[in-house]
Ligand binder design. Structure first.
Ligand code: MN3
Length: 208
């Protein structure tokens, strides 16, 4: 059984950047539904039972029923992506990258403002619903990308990128407060981002 991460802050703790009603709806309705639907679908896919979510993404091809495979992909993505998203938000304001992650950002992007601009652009230009990602590989390299729907970089079997930070740009993440102004929501996201968590994620992906 997969479970939503427990939030370490109250639903209203991200105000004014992300409003309470958006947080309540996002976590208790959207994320809960993805998680419940994933668990229900896996009951029909015994070949994937006892697998980690990462292995489920990797082995989606092993499920021959196309409709079931799509259900597992969409809801598994929804489960995993939101666990990452909610874990990286921090009440009271953002931090800046530090340590090895900061060094690699300088190497791959020049500086932090440039990375922020790239990530914001990836989210702003993603057509329709989806995510913007900062991912790392075992060599410690970083990459910015975006994906549609609830897809994520782990679903590409030919790549070895693990997301360490995801910006949810589905309208349900911002529409109550920001309406059509996705770029304003992305700015607000960066006001809440806890780079210490992202750095922990980075250190786990990078091989020592
Ligand atoms: Mn969402």
């Amino acid at each position: 059984m997969f479970k939503q991460i427990e939030l370490k802050y109250n639903f209203n703790a991200l105000e004014p950047h992300i409003d309470e009603l958006t947080m309540v709806t996002h976590y208790t309705k959207h994320h809960a539904a993805y998680t419940n639907n994933l668990n229900a679908a896996l009951e029909k896919a015994p070949e994937l039972s006892n697998s980690s979510i990462e292995d489920i993404f990797k082995n989606l091809d092993h499920t021959s029923d196309e409709a079931l495979r799509t259900t597992i992909k969409n809801n598994g993505g929804g489960y995993y992506n939101h666990n990452l998203y909610f874990a990286t938000l921090q009440p009271g304001g953002s931090s800046e990258p530090t340590g090895d992650l900061a060094k690699q950002i300088a190497k791959d992007f020049g500086d932090y403002p440039t990375l922020k601009e790239k990530l914001s652009g990836a989210g702003a230009t993603r057509f329709g619903s989806g995510w913007a990602w900062l991912s790392a590989n075992k060599e410690g390299e970083l990459k910015v990308s975006s994906s549609p729907n609830q897809d994520n970089p782990l679903m590409d079997p030919n790549e070895a990128w693990v997301p360490i930070l995801g910006i949810d740009v589905w309208e349900h993440a911002y529409y109550l407060k920001y309406k059509n102004l996705r770029a304003d929501y992305i700015k607000a996201f960066f006001e809440l981002l806890n780079w210490d968590i992202v750095a922990d994620n980075y250190n786990k992906v990078k091989e020592e």
